[in-house]
Unconditional design. Sequence first.
Length: 484
Amino acid sequence: MDVRAQLVMVFNLDKCIGCHACSLSCKNIWTDRKGAEYMWWNNVETKPGVGYPKKWEDQEEFKGGWVADGHNLRLKAMGKGPTLLNMFFQPNMPKLEDYYEPFDFDYGNLYGAKGGDDQPVAEAFSQITGEKMAHIKAGPNWDDDLSGSQVYASADVNLEDKKIIEQYSTMFMQYLPRICNHCANPACVASCPSRAIYKRGEDGVVLVDQEVCKGWRFCTSACPYKKVYFNWNSGKAEKCIFCFPRTETGQCNACAHSCVGRIRYVGVLLYDAEKVEQALLKPDNQLVEAHRGVILDPRDEAVREGARKNGVPEQWLEAAEKSPVYALIKEFELALPLHPEFRTMPMAYYIPSLSPVLTSGGELHELVEHGTIPTREALRAPIGYLASLFGGGNRDVVAAALEKLIALRIHMRAKNLNQPTDEASLGKAGLDEAGAKRLYRLFTIGGYNERNIIPPQQREELDSHTRKGASGFGILKKTGRGKR
Ligand code: SF4
Ligand code: SF4
């Protein structure tokens, strides 16, 4: 057992209102600079949709992530041959138009224009070339709230039945906030020929050393989530840093702090690095279970001892015990990995959305009122669609999470209205009274300190752990990549 500690974020998609406060707080702090204008380390996509950059989920096109090749994992786009051939040209990179050409408006003209017959306007100009842009062709949220859905939503790779979004009676929509997943098996780290990108031992955060980066852009190509960006001004790769200057002092990430819907949970997970590679060799539809198998119980004394041996501080073990993310991912099996079939083992997890509340059998709240649990087939967002996003195609793991959420709603509604509760239905969905109470608190009235349990770091004491832990696990250990 090789116990590692990681800071992990969970997103409760039922509560995301698509306000983009998270994206804006991130942009204001980290990417409001030259060369980074087009970067959104945190972005919020409307699903179905193509996202940002467009069609990032299509690995036939972008060739990101890993593939299971017999008893080994290999980067989809790389072997020795392609690595050398691609040194000066990355054929699978998204192009600028797949993101968008960043623009601003010439507000000065509103005040400084010479007098004339026409009302002065603030024309758009490119933040890259400085040239005026007569026609803006795209933005980071071009398909927000299903705008242009005939073009964008129908190109969503997760959507089997395109007809479903062509008529209002069957249309569905939900939001998908995304950050770098700070994966346990990061393709970006393994692909970097300069070893500039690394996963740090003390909290699992994946960072780019700006001094070492040579701008080869293998990381951008290899990341299947397209969460490493190329700064055209500095010539270096940049990515989400999980707000480490904040988390090191025990504060949660800016995106989580500003989240209007309070959908985000941040906490510690302990996992067994020795099991990562074997877990990722499982077939797609077994990957969610495989992820769960790698996560360790922080109350198990053998796990705690293993963690101590690897230099995990006591304060982190205490935080792991109380961790909201451990509860949501492992204990309640509600939070699922985004596209586990990319095999990077993402360390950000999503509670799939029940919304929109309409089902083909009637409105959800009406069904709940009558104590009816809609069947998985009756939910408006097709279960196959959610399984493609969060289950590696496994419908059962997604359905089990949704059934738990519905049972919780029915139970808490009955309690709040002083109506009789049905323990049997709760039990059928895998919950009990205590579990329902705990989840209800986490989802509703739980405050900042319950949603975010982040132990501060004392870097001077963590030094040995940092060096020892330096992401030398599994496949990265073999390639020697990821060590810093
Ligand atoms: S999502 Fe994973 S592979 Fe992509 S940049 Fe983040 S750590 Fe690397
Ligand atoms: S701030 Fe929260 S609720 Fe608003 S879009 Fe971001 S994740 Fe969703």
